[in-house]
Design a protein around this ligand. Structure first.
Ligand SMILES: Cc1cc2nc3c(=O)[nH]c(=O)nc-3n(C[C@H](O)[C@H](O)[C@H](O)COP(=O)(O)OP(=O)(O)OC[C@H]3O[C@@H](n4cnc5c(N)ncnc54)[C@H](O)[C@@H]3O)c2cc1C
Length: 141
């Protein structure tokens, strides 16, 4: 019988395409991956993939800070590699400190905090949402 294992670095399913909403002050639901896969026969492994060895057909995983996390190697017959994307600052000075993005939950919360503090400092400003598109999510006047 084939075993299916999902390796993920964090225990929650992050709804990336709604992170601009989180940044704009909306609460977006979180889904525990353990609940998502409960009863499916799919094993969840909370760990970081650190390397893929296609010759030996193994992935190396490092502990994800959870009691169930494994450290070592996982063999595979078929590998679906879907680690998403992340922002690269390319070492441009000031980007890390001053630029904001919404491609990860911590980054969206950082922008949210920034937007909130701007409103707190300028109570006459109004915060208006005009749509769900990332470029149109947040308007002030
Ligand atoms: C604000 C925003 C709005 C968007 N709107 C749309 C839209 O309207 N329509 C649309 O089609 N797309 C949209 N997208 C793009 C869409 O979210 C992505 O294309 C999609 O999430 C990619 O799915 P994925 O499974 O490849 O990666 P992700 O959803 O990023 O999932 C990758 C997973 O891999 C895990 N992971 C990463 N590295 C490791 C590692 N080393 N070890 C273990 N686990 C790891 C992460 O924890 C994550 O759970 C939007 C994205 C953003 C940020």
């Amino acid at each position: 019988m084939k075993h299916r294992i999902v390796v993920n670095a964090v225990p929650v399913f992050v709804q990336r395409l709604r992170l601009h909403q989180l940044a704009a002050g909306h609460e977006i639901g979180t889904h525990m991956l353990a609940d998502v896969f409960a009863g499916t026969g799919i094993r969840l492994c909370l760990a970081r993939v650190t390397a893929v060895d296609p010759e030996r057909q193994v992935v190396a995983v490092a502990g994800g800070g959870d009691a169930d996390a494994v450290v070592g190697e996982l063999g595979y017959d078929t590998l679906v590699y879907a680690l998403g994307s992340h922002v690269a600052g390319h070492g441009v000075p000031g980007v890390a400190e001053h630029a904001f993005h919404v491609t990860a939950r911590p980054a969206a919360l950082r922008l949210r905090e920034r937007l909130d503090s701007r409103i707190r400092g300028h109570p006459h400003r109004r915060h208006r949402r005009t749509g769900s598109h990332p470029q149109r999510a947040d308007h002030r006047r």
